[in-house]
Design a protein around this ligand. Structure first.
Ligand code: IPD
Length: 291
């Protein structure tokens, strides 16, 4: 197995450097622009930090490829090939960042042959550096992480997100899902406003499960390997194999809990991240649509 440790350490160091820009801006007034919906926000800092990260990596590894949230928003295609690829969210939790709600992360995943080799999630206001390398465990500020191992859904704290979608089908699906879980009952449902940090809670054992529909590959690519390396499982919301492009994920402390959640929740249709927008019939590609 190739050793990607020096690449991981480089990723951690540039995430730390870039976090200083985000932290300074966190306390200041921001210019906000809307993207796909009135709740899908972007700031100059998101764009600036993504450019800084990409140019630092490109300097070091000129052959590598990128999938970055703001580059995609600017029109780039999402294409995950076998080449080494860095999957970057410069600010996960942009709404939090704009409002100074203190959960904001830089998320960086590194994929080779379409397999994630390592993930870095830096929750910068909390100064929590999560990372995991395939086959080598997951860590928070250098300390090993372990998912809770909980198998009983009735004893679970479940994290989810409402996301940026505001259409009726998405909203009714998401609120119905929360209703169904609370009725089981689970111990609680939580949301921090950043998919990356939410998912890392499963790796710490502080939450037992996380599910989300509508997020993007850059939100969860890094945290997925962190959960797996902490002993948790990740899968699609329909119970099938995890596919980071599908915009659906369950992360859980155990397979039993993940399957239980997949049987309770439903998904609304989302265009895949890697679908060619010129060929898509938007809204027609989902599974588990509400009946
Ligand atoms: C968002 C956050 C949020 C999730 C959205 C994401 P962004 O990422 O992760 O928690 O609900 O679906 O798009 O836009 O802040 O990078």
């Amino acid at each position: 197995m190739a050793d990607w440790t020096s690449y991981l350490n480089f990723g951690i160091s540039i995430a730390k450097q870039a976090s200083e820009i985000v932290l300074t801006a966190f306390h200041q007034q921001k210019e906000v622009t809307l993207k796909s919906s009135p709740a899908d926000l972007v700031t100059e800092t998101d764009q600036r930090v993504e450019k800084i990260l990409i140019s630092a990596i490109r300097n070091q590894y000129p052959q590598h490829r990128f999938i970055g949230e703001e580059s995609v928003a600017a029109g780039e295609r999402v294409e995950l090939t076998d080449s080494p690829t860095w999957i970057i969210d410069p600010i996960d939790g942009t709404v939090n960042f704009v409002h100074r709600f203190p959960f904001v992360a830089i998320s960086i995943a590194f994929s080779v042959n379409k397999q994630t080799e390592f993930g870095i999630v830096y929750s910068l206001v909390e100064d929590k550096m999560f990372h995991a390398q395939r086959g080598r465990g997951a860590f928070l500020n250098g300390q090993p992480l372990h998912a809770s191992g909980q198998e009983d859904i009735n004893r679970c704290v479940v994290v989810t997100e409402i996301g940026a979608e505001r259409d009726d089908l998405a909203l009714s699906t998401m609120t119905t899902n929360i209703f169904r879980l609370l009725k089981l009952p689970v111990h609680g449902v939580r949301a921090l406003g950043t998919a990356a940090v939410d998912m890392c809670q499963v790796a710490t054992g502080g939450a037992d499960a996380y599910y989300h529909i509508g997020m993007h590959c850059w939100d969860i690519a890094a945290s997925a390997i962190i959960v797996q390396e902490a002993g948790g499982v990740v899968m699609d919301t329909d119970g099938s194999k995890f596919d980071m492009m599908s915009r659906r994920v369950i992360a859980a402390s155990s397979t039993a809990v993940a399957h239980h959640i997949s049987q309770v929740i439903q998904a609304f249709p989302c265009r895949r991240d890697d679908e060619d927008p010129s060929k898509c019939v938007c809204g027609a590609t989902g599974v588990n649509g509400l009946s």
